[in-house]
Design a protein around this ligand. Sequence first.
Ligand SMILES: [Zn+2]
Length: 176
Amino acid sequence: MRIGFGYDSHRFDPSRPLILGGIRIPAASGLAGHSDADAVAHAIIDALLGAAAAGDIGTHFPPDDPRWKDADSMHLLEQAVRVLGGRDYRVVNVDVTVVCERPRIGSHARAMQERLAKAMGLRATQVSIKAKTNEGLGWIGAAEGLAACAVALIEEGGAADGAGGGPPGPGRTLAG
Ligand SMILES: [Zn+2]
C-alpha cells in the first residue's frame, strides 16, 4: 500500500464554464487554465502519481503542450490510472476536499464521485468528495479562485478493473 497527496488551485475566469470532478456546475464563473481547469481532477492526478512516485501532472501533461489545451481532464485522469497500471498499481480509494466560497459544491458531490469513479475504473464508493468554504478568509474567501486537496491509496497487483472503459494500455496487467 502506498499513499499520495495532491493539491491544485485555479483562478476564476468568467469567460469559462465551471467544470469540477468532470461535472459542469452552474456558476457565474469557471476557472482559468490551459486544460478545462478541473482542479478536482488535477488534485487527484497528483495524488495518484505521487503515490506511485511517478512525477506529477506537469511532467505527464506539460501545460505548454498544445495537446492539453482545453483538454478534458477526465482523459488525463484515465491516463494517470494507466500510468499506475503500467507500474502494477491499482487505486484503492481517493478522498478529496474542495475549498470554494461560491458556488456551493456539496450538492454536486455525488455526481462528481460517480464521474470520477468511472474515469478511474472504480466504484463510486471508492471516491469521496467533500466540499467546504473558507469561511470568507483570504483569496478563496474573496472568491478569486478555489482549491482542491486529494489523497489516494494505491496497492500493487495490477489494474484489474481497467481505467474508465478505455482500451487497455501497454504494460497493464489483468491480474489481481
Ligand atoms: Zn489544475
